[in-house]
Design a protein around this ligand. Structure first.
Ligand code: SF4
Length: 304
């Protein structure tokens, strides 16, 4: 109705909140434009725009910004600092609007409301909505109503659902959603495993599973997605139906090196086959394919 286009980069928290964000913005009367799936070209553009020491998912995010910036009136890049009371987002995610501004000139205006439960407590959504309303010159009450209505929207609905089957080899996949579910960055692990005759399994751990996992490691994990990755690993290590686990992570990710260490040293008490796949812009598809094939082959020999 307003004929104004709002761009959402298909990277990072898109893989968590895409549905909620899209319906929220559309209900406010704007057209939502999402960047296409990640390609080699998008990643290359992101690398060209990068400054300093950025991880692969953030470089990719910059490539998505590049692909959108000339065709939209606004970019939606909210600043998610904390979405629960006992954890933060990674510093690279909470500083994302600043990173984007530092790497580009001539950007459309960025809608960058802050979501910070630890600071704003019961008023988090009101404060978030007020900032959106100010940037878009809307009534804060209408924005808040729409955000509350849409914030329960599910995520990952663009992905196929995978769960345990009676196939011979079940492989649990853990990793941040923006790596696992980005088919280019995540090396299409779901399909690769299926083609090898294995069954890829992904779970979204419940609050109880997260709390339980935190009690068996020596140190509480204070990053939201790091907690989920750790809890998924714990659930898979305990589950007799899971034959092996693959953890995909970004090669230069500080939080992942911390949680990866905890998973390897503290959770794998039953010596289940476990492999870390660290990816960066130099990771070769063939190299990853070979490692996954060898992993599945090894599990096949162990469980016969
Ligand atoms: S958690 Fe790791 S991969 Fe994710 S944005 Fe932060 S540094 Fe990058």
């Amino acid at each position: 109705m307003k004929n104004i286009r709002v761009g959402i980069p298909r990277a990072l928290l898109y893989y968590r909140y895409a549905d909620a964000w899209k319906t929220f913005i559309e209900e406010l009367g704007y057209e939502v434009i999402t960047s296409p799936e990640t390609t080699a070209g998008i990643l290359k553009d992101g690398i060209k725009k990068s400054v300093g020491d950025l991880c692969l998912p953030v470089k990719t995010f910059l490539g998505h910004v590049e692909s959108l910036k000339d065709s939209v009136d606004f970019l939606f890049i909210p600043r998610y600092i904390s979405v629960e009371h006992d954890a933060y987002m990674c510093p690279k995610i909470l500083g994302l609007p600043d990173v984007v501004r530092a790497c580009f000139t001539n950007l459309p205006r960025i809608i960058d409301p802050m979501f910070n439960i630890k600071k704003d407590k019961d008023n988090t959504i009101t404060e978030f909505s007020r900032q959106v309303a100010r940037i878009l010159s809307l009534e804060p009450e209408a924005v808040e109503k729409s955000f509350i209505k849409n914030s329960g929207a599910g995520y990952m609905n663009e992905q196929e659902e995978y769960s345990l089957t009676d196939k011979k080899i079940n492989v649990g996949l853990i990793g941040r959603p923006y790596l696992l579910f980005d088919r280019y960055l995540g090396k299409n692990l779901f399909r690769t495993l299926s083609e090898l005759g294995a069954n890829p399994v992904y779970i979204q751990p419940s609050e109880n599973e997260i709390t339980e996992a935190m009690t068996v490691i020596p140190k509480w994990v204070y990053w939201s997605m790091g907690k989920e990755v750790t809890a998924s690993a714990h659930a898979f290590f305990k589950d007799d139906k899971i034959d092996g686990i693959i953890n995909i992570c970004s090669a230069t990710c500080g939080p992942d090196s911390f949680t990866g260490d905890l998973i390897r040293k503290r959770l794998n008490t039953r010596n289940k086959p476990y492999m870390t796949l660290s990816v960066d812009e130099h990771a070769s598809d063939t190299g990853i394919q070979t490692r996954v094939e060898a992993f599945v082959d090894m599990i096949g020999k162990v469980i016969v």
